[in-house]
Design a protein around this ligand. Sequence first.
Ligand SMILES: Cc1cc2nc3c(=O)[nH]c(=O)nc-3n(C[C@H](O)[C@H](O)[C@H](O)COP(=O)(O)O)c2cc1C
Ligand code: SF4
Length: 551
Amino acid sequence: MTDKIKNNKRKSYPKGRQVDPPSLDMVKKLLGERSRDRQHLIENLHVLQDQLGYLSRNILTALAADMKLSPSEIYEVATFYYHFEVADYSAGKIPEYTIRICNSIACDLAGADELIEKVKYNLGDMVRIITVPCVGNCDNAPIAVYGKRQIKQASAKKIGAALEKDQSSPHLPDYQTMEKYQADDSGYEFLKSCLEGNKERSEIIGEINQAGLRGMGGAGFPTARKWQFLENTGKPRVLVVNADEGEPGTFKDRYCFETTPHKILEGMLIATWAIEAEDIYIYLRDEYPHIHELLTIEIEKLKQAGISSFADIHLRRGAGAYVCGEESALLESIEGKRGLPRNRPPFPAQQGLFQRPTLINNVETLYWVREILANGAEWFRAEGWPRFYSVSGRVKNPNVVRAPSSITAKQLIEDHCGGMLKGHSFKAYLPGGASGGIMPAALADEPLDFGSLDAHGCFVGSAALVVLSDQDDIKRVTLNLLRFFEDESCGQCTPCRLGCEKMIGLIETGEWNEELINDLSLVMRDASICGLGQAAPNPVNSALRFFGGEL
Ligand SMILES: Cc1cc2nc3c(=O)[nH]c(=O)nc-3n(C[C@H](O)[C@H](O)[C@H](O)COP(=O)(O)O)c2cc1C
Ligand code: SF4
């Protein structure tokens, strides 16, 4: 070292962002005894966001120090999820009222844009408006969210009134409690007979197989076969309950939880026993705080009664990212990371959550597990493989309909939803939310079973039927769906990240270039890592196929 360098007395600064002691004190105080393990990062961010209203850079740096993670790891997770607001507000500039208005398809049809304009006109600078993707309450569209409450069929007046009330705790629905479930529905008797050795695991899986139950999360994979993948894998094993319900137009899992949560919980515990898992993770979308509260109460009761003592139940909050409904992204999220879908293999049954063999099932699938075991596989078949359809859009009575899987869109509209809204005539329907394509009314007599819409380039997925009328512009609907995919793409792979953006460019123009659109669709379908990018071109392809003249 030369003398020149040795004698250099220049002041040195520590590298990187420095921890601000008051922020560190705040983080320590708010997190208290909570775990600082990496997997709890999202839960810890929720605690800070709930208490402080937003996440400043000082708070994130302090959290990094407290959890012994690098600031970049904290920052990339906090900025990935919509429910975390990373911002540095100067004193006095924190928005007092934030209203979230859903602008996904059902709310768009119900006038979300007009609502936004009216709120701006009536409440002016007093409120900050943020548009958000589907909040899972499409039967009550348009929806605005303030604090932990959803304002149904929202209007500027209702929002104004809501601002005067405390919205920090959600409304609990009038659901069937554990006591009622045990008294009225022989609740947990079947689980008890499994745990007491009166049932064989193979017998249970055989019954589910006999029933022909398929996954209700969207892919329709045979449930028993999925459970069998866990046989002969290592231990400890995990069951993950997918309660992310993010597909626009889907709200049937919410309905199942709001009415009979213990049927789902018993199905979940039976599945855990059948695959010999030790841990259960319920990943619940953050848009359902009322369900978080009721599950917290009811799971505690199960623990106290010793019903779930053979497994540990962990309830985790999502943070507003549709892609986290994709099963491998969901596992990443539970591990406290960004929700980037994983490449397969390895499949979750081999290496899933925390590298452990993992079974992932949708909420409604577990509901039917319990129903099948209580009533028999024959009953399920005789009922016509029932499932829950979420019906929204231009019908008189949007709601959740329990119906055989071969029901048609026409029957759902006419027999279960009171027909079309006054002044609207039936034009088209989305059979499976944003992902399942667009079917014309002329094909409304097609049964909605898994696979029966394949010939039309569409699929039923999570059975979210959104009904469109002669007053709806197919181009506008298509753009709404594509913008949703563009916003929700995790950005990990180019065909999806750029494909969604380019597709929007192609369909925003006056005349659609069919050749280019088909070329881009092929690339997105074939080369995207997960179902989001693969399904994103569906609405555009069906628009071209069935509504070419209109475009
Ligand atoms: C982009 C995307 C989003 C998804 N969202 C959900 C969801 O919100 N809930 C769900 O159960 N499944 C969702 N799925 C399907 C899951 O990946 C998975 O197939 C399902 O949870 C398996 O459970 P099941 O076999 O009981 O249906 C999604 C898939 C993709 C590609
Ligand atoms: S397809 Fe889209 S959402 Fe899925 S991994 Fe690729 S970029 Fe992410």
